[in-house]
Design a protein around this ligand. Structure first.
Ligand SMILES: Cc1ncc(COP(=O)(O)O)c(C=O)c1O
Length: 379
């Protein structure tokens, strides 16, 4: 089955009672036991739920994995990965990373005696130099949030293999439609399903996918044990969103190319970050490991020519809002929004400025989006 077909069919034909064409929502906390001591497949929704299991089947197929765990948020999925580690372990992560992941690794996990180093993951030699004997996890986020830096997934997997460390890749920005990290040797693909997988900005959710039975068994303890599991209704919404993943990703990408090319030629824009552009330093590498470029475009405003406040205030279709991956276009200032949890020095170290804008390009007509940007840049 090709990805488009998998997205529509896998995990869907589940209703044995009435043969409904879509998967029912099993809104039940509990399921009856046939008899004392006979544990049914589903008994309590934190441990397992038929609607969530349908989504897990769908996501496992899309990521070319065998096992999936659906969580209540993307951060819950990342927390589950952190709990695969033990006290004393060390995490290597990219400098340019989603702010919430930075906060978890830098501010919360040290309480459990885990340490973290942030490296420029575009440089494999820097990754080699930063590793320690205790490095147990290399966290990958490619393309990264928000500067869309591309990490050589195969290269990092090789380094991790040399030292017996686990690899996990946050695949939120591309979705399994454009990138399948497990095929490149990564142990765990991680998602905020809040973004492209759901695609309609009406759910927060997450997922973990692996081909490794041993990791799935550990997650089987961690995800329900820590209470990280996703709800049946949210799972149903994501399952519905996934059916149009292929069509949406193509539409997002088409518009993102139009926006990136427009911004690249604009006098009030200092720099555009979109790996689909040939001018992007990660373009060639991206072509070797991803089959598309997604819908996020970031850029640096020329703050001598236009203020960030005026730019955002004059947008009509791009809503000033956090998140990404929904059908509607959003614009964010990572400096004060998604990456505010990083101290200013860490934001600067990864190349962010108050003039950096992250656009989640939606599926509206591209001409309306370009007109919107032109008006705001001219403000
Ligand atoms: C790349 C990436 N990973 C993880 C997350 C966290 O996901 P959630 O907000 O669903 O907890 C986000 C949220 O913006 C993200 O952009």
């Amino acid at each position: 089955m090709r990805k488009e077909t998998e997205a529509v069919h896998v995990g869907v034909d589940k209703d044995e009672a009435y043969n409904s064409v879509t998967t029912p929502i099993y809104m039940s906390s509990s399921f009856r036991f046939e008899a004392v001591g006979e544990l049914p497949r589903f008994h309590y929704t934190r441990a397992g739920n038929p609607t969530r299991a349908a989504l897990e089947e769908s996501l496992a197929a899309l990521e070319n994995g065998k096992y999936a765990w659906v969580t209540g948020t993307g951060m819950a999925a990342i927390t589950a990965v952190a709990f695969l580690l033990k006290s004393g372990d060390h995490i290597l992560a990219p400098q340019d990373i989603y702010g919430g992941t930075y906060r978890l690794f830098q501010n919360i996990m040290p309480r459990f005696d885990l340490s973290v180093s942030f490296v420029d993951m575009r440089d494999l030699e820097a990754v080699r130099r930063a590793r320690r004997e205790q490095t147990a996890l290399i966290w990958i986020e490619t393309p990264s949030n928000p500067l869309l830096r591309v990490t050589d997934i195969r290269g990092v997997v090789q380094i991790a293999a040399e030292m017996g460390a686990l690899t996990a890749a946050d695949n939120t920005f591309l979705s399994p439609y454009f990138q399948q990290p497990l095929d490149l040797g990564v142990d765990l693909a991680v998602h905020s399903t809040t973004k492209y997988l759901n695609g309609h900005s009406d759910v927060v959710g997450g997922a973990l996918i692996t081909g490794r039975e041993d990791l799935s068994a550990k997650l089987g303890l961690i995800v329900p044990g820590l209470g990280l599991s996703g709800s049946p209704f949210d799972s149903w919404l994501v399952l519905r969103g996934v059916k149009t993943l292929a069509a949406r990703m193509e539409a997002h990408q088409k518009n993102a190319f139009a926006v990136a090319r427009f911004l690249e030629g604009h006098e009030r824009v200092r720099r555009v970050y979109f790996p689909g552009l040939e001018s992007h330093p990660g373009h060639e590498l991206a072509l070797t490991q991803q089959s598309g470029f997604g819908g996020v475009v970031s850029f640096d405003l020329d703050l001598d020519a236009v203020s960030a406040e005026k730019f955002f205030a004059n947008l009509r279709y791009f809503a000033l809002a956090e998140s990404l991956g929904g059908v509607e276009s959003l614009a964010a200032q990572p400096w004060t929004m998604s990456h505010k949890t990083m101290p200013p020095s860490a934001r600067e170290a990864c190349g962010l400025t108050p003039g950096t804008v992250r656009l989640s390009v939606g599926i509206e007509h591209p001409d309306d989006l370009l007109e919107d940007l032109e008006r705001a840049l001219g403000a």
